[in-house]
Design a protein around this ligand. Sequence first.
Ligand code: 13P
Ligand code: SF4
Length: 305
Amino acid sequence: MDIIEKIKKLKKEKNAIILAHYYQRADVQDIADHVGDSFYLAQVGKKSDADIIVFCGVRFMAESAKILSPEKTVLFPCYTEAPCCMEYMASPEEILQYKAAHPDVKVVTYVNSSSAVKTVSDVCCTSSSVENIIDNLDTEKILFVPDKNLASYVQEQIPHKKIIPWDGCCNIHDAVRPSDIERALEKNGRDLVIAAHPECRKDVRDMAHYTGSTSGILTYINESSSERFLVVTEKGISHQLKKDNPNKEFFFLPMLCRAMKKIFPETILESLETMKGEVVLDEETIKEAGKALNNMLLFSKKRGE
Ligand code: 13P
Ligand code: SF4
């Protein structure tokens, strides 16, 4: 039996599902039951009636799945460290200190953060849900942790609220400069339609025809009548883009998230066989971070929906 067949058999026997982010290796995305952006995967994990979730993403995503479904076993089939760099860009102590000095402020935390930071946050968000969440909050002033680029993007979308940015960012998206875009256009043609993730800096977002989450970029490109695109996010998204749009042409910058490439079909199989890589969090973390993550699901609907 080959690896895929063995994984399928074990999934059935153990009532497990495999979730994968768009930045995962192509062979991992192909094994998954659901592939999506971080918001979709959080929703699917919570709603699923599986006993085991095998989460293929980075650490905060697997931990969030456990926090949202404490009764399920969550396996993270990655045996070396695979954190998002933003998990280290804020600490609960710093946030508590800020809250004490600014009691009128609510803390909105990007899911790309540690579980400890989530425990002291009012609500979490993802890049696809952030606008609705902030719009739905009954407060004017928001401390946005930790991504300053996403904070500035949201401030542009929701000018009537005051967004106070934390000083963090994604090292991969934040490294892109307008000159990189210029060079790509120069080399590949000025007709390229540019789609960028909101973790990019403002000067890069301003050059884009569309800015949105990974699923937003996919929808935009799938629905577009244009044929050639410069996609300014992690290159792993190319797998789904090409599947959905075999006749369109895609160009990328050298944006690689190493933490997203540490899961393999072999580690998924081993994890399912041996239950290695189980996500274990203490009860207090699950309870407190769970409030912020469940609030994210609650506040993510458009006003009036
Ligand atoms: P999405 O929520 O758009 O999937 O983004 C997650 C991420 O880590 C982007 O770098
Ligand atoms: Fe984190 Fe950036 Fe990797 Fe996304 S691309 S998981 S934000 S380090």
